[in-house]
Design a binder for this molecule. Structure first.
Ligand SMILES: [Zn+2]
Length: 311
């Protein structure tokens, strides 16, 4: 178990560093809301050390309701691999700068685990010459988006699985199935037993389904949990300590099941979609971050799947 301690690194920036070996567990409030968690807005962005050479970087998602977009980076003797960027050039520059304060090693790979703009729109701030890694579906979506960042022709496509060796570390890029976007990738570190799930795992954030494949998402979570990682890292919501992250991926899985079940109940009862949006009872998940905006979207998406409209 570990506890949060504060450390000062180069350039006077304040870094919370999560020590992974200390014995005092600090209980955390299980929420994506920074204030409810006991944090201040000025605590962000922040870098958290989760293993010897593995870090997460959390900055706020755009919008009034505060929650984090979380990236992972792996530092090796032969360069850095980054999983996901932030939502604007300035925010992703913040990520790049944070990596520079941790290591002089260059960023060699950027894995696009979610093609959504809140994880890709700042990609122009990554150094020229990095190799992007993404799923073919994500590539097609990014190329179609009118104003978004577009992957270069040199991008490496991973339709299923690709294993990299970087500085002696094995890094597995995995497609666990269609989940939040259709082209979701995950990054597994077998030695450290860490699995970065990007938006396949939303930590205490209401299941966001605008482009999701609801029932396939459940199967992707089954696969993720079957890997028995010590630490699961979510693409939104806070970085947790390992045991808490194991409980929270379970909790997220239950939330996704409950949301699909509620939409399915209304669909089976013949409730028209616009009425279902108003009638849905999300129970305890109504208090999760984004419930009010994402609830109606979830109803529409599950209805679409049940109507055979998702391909
Ligand atoms: Zn997102």
């Amino acid at each position: 178990m570990s506890r949060l301690r504060a450390g000062r690194l180069a350039f006077g920036l304040f870094f919370p560093v999560l020590a992974t070996t200390t014995s005092l567990a600090q209980p955390v409030v299980r929420t994506a809301d920074p204030i409810a968690r006991g944090l201040k807005e000025s605590d962000f962005p922040r870098t958290i050390k989760v293993a010897d050479n593995v870090y997460t970087y959390e900055d706020f998602h755009a919008g009034a309701e505060k929650f984090t977009t979380t990236n992972m980076f792996v530092v090796t003797a032969d360069g850095v691999l980054v999983a996901d960027g932030q939502g604007s050039a300035a925010e992703t520059k913040g990520l790049v700068d944070a990596i520079r304060t941790v290591t002089p090693q260059p960023i060699k790979y950027v894995v696009i685990c979610s093609d959504h703009g809140d994880h890709t729109a700042g990609n122009a701030s990554f150094p020229a010459g990095v190799t992007y890694i993404l799923h073919p579906t994500a590539k097609a979506i990014l190329e179609r988006s009118p104003n978004g960042w577009k992957p270069p022709p040199s991008a490496m496509l991973v339709p299923d699985k690709h294993s990299l060796t970087l500085g002696g570390d094995t890094i597995d890029i995995l497609f666990l199935g269609r989940a939040h976007t259709g082209g979701d990738l995950s990054v597994s570190l077998p030695r450290q037993k860490i699995l970065f799930l990007s938006e396949t795992f939303l930590n205490r954030v209401f299941p966001a389904m605008r482009s999701a494949y609801p029932s396939e998402w459940l199967k992707a979570l089954d696969r993720a949990e079957a890997m028995k990682a010590d630490l699961y890292i979510a693409g939104h919501g806070f970085t947790e300590q390992g045991p808490v992250s194991n409980e929270e991926i379970r909790a997220y899985h239950s939330a996704l099941e409950a949301v699909i079940a509620e939409a399915t109940r209304l669909h089976r009862a013949g409730v028209p979609v616009e009425d279902a949006v108003k009638q849905a009872n999300w129970g305890k998940y109504a208090s999760w971050t984004l419930a009010s905006s994402q609830g109606p979207i979830a109803i529409r998406r599950v209805y679409a799947e049940l109507n055979g409209q998702l391909k």
